[in-house]
Design a protein around this ligand. Sequence first.
Ligand SMILES: C[S@@+](CC[C@H](N)C(=O)[O-])C[C@H]1O[C@@H](n2cnc3c(N)ncnc32)[C@H](O)[C@@H]1O
Length: 230
Amino acid sequence: MTNADTFQVEEFAVIGRTFEEYRDMFDLDPADFEGRAILDCPAGVASFVAEARNRGASAVGVDPAYERAPDALARECRSDFRATADQIREKPALFDWEYYGTIENRIGYLKVAHERFLRDFSTNGDRYVPATLPELPFADDAFSLTLSANFLFLYGDRLDYEFHLDALRELCRVTSEEIRIFPLAGLDTEPYDRLDDALDALRSEGRRVEIRNVPYEFQDGVSEMLVVTP
Ligand SMILES: C[S@@+](CC[C@H](N)C(=O)[O-])C[C@H]1O[C@@H](n2cnc3c(N)ncnc32)[C@H](O)[C@@H]1O
C-alpha cells in the first residue's frame, strides 16, 4: 500500500469529534446521561465532555495532551486540524460519505468540535485530566460508562498488543457498567488483527464482550464498536 491508499497520521492526531458523532459512533441514548459519571478516554479535543455536561452528565476527559497549557494545545490542535482537513480533501475516495454528505461538512464538524473543546478547556479545566493509558488516576469503578474513540485498535500499527490489553484492563478497572470502544479497525480500515485474542483474554477474566453495529461510518466499511461489561 502507498501513502495515497491510506490515511496517514504521524504519532497520534490531536483532533476531536462532536457529541453528535459520539452519539452515533457509540449508538448512545443521551436521555440516559442525567447524573451518570462518564469517562471519555482519550478525549483529545473532542467536545463530548462539554456537551455531555450540558446534558447533566458528570463527564470527565482524559488525555496526555492536557499537560499542555490551553494556548499551546490550541496551536497544536489547529495545526493537526489543518493537516487532517488537507488530507481529507486530497483523498476523499478513502471514505464513505453517506454520514457527512460532503467534504466541507465533515471538516466543519472537526472545527466545531475543537473550538467547543477549547472554550471548555480554558474555563472548566478540572473536567480534563492529563493522564496516559495504560494507567489512569481514578479509583476502581469511578465511572459507570467509559467511551474510547479513535485510539485503541485504530493505532494498532504503533501500539502493541500488550499495550492494548493493559489499556483495556485499566478501562475495566475504573468502570462499573460498560465500556464502549470505536472503531475496531486501523487507519488502513483493516480490522485489528488481534481482536479475537483480546476478546478471549477479556472473556477469560470473566468480562462480557459484544461487538455491535453502530449508525456511524466514515472509514470505508468500519461501523462496529466493542462493548465490554467489566
Ligand atoms: C484521534 S484523538 C481521539 C480523540 C477523541 N476520542 C475523538 O474521537 O475525537 C487520539 C488521542 O489519543 C491521545 N493519546 C496518545 N497516546 C495516548 C495514551 N497512551 N493514552 C491516552 N491517550 C493517548 C492523543 O493525545 C490524542 O488526543
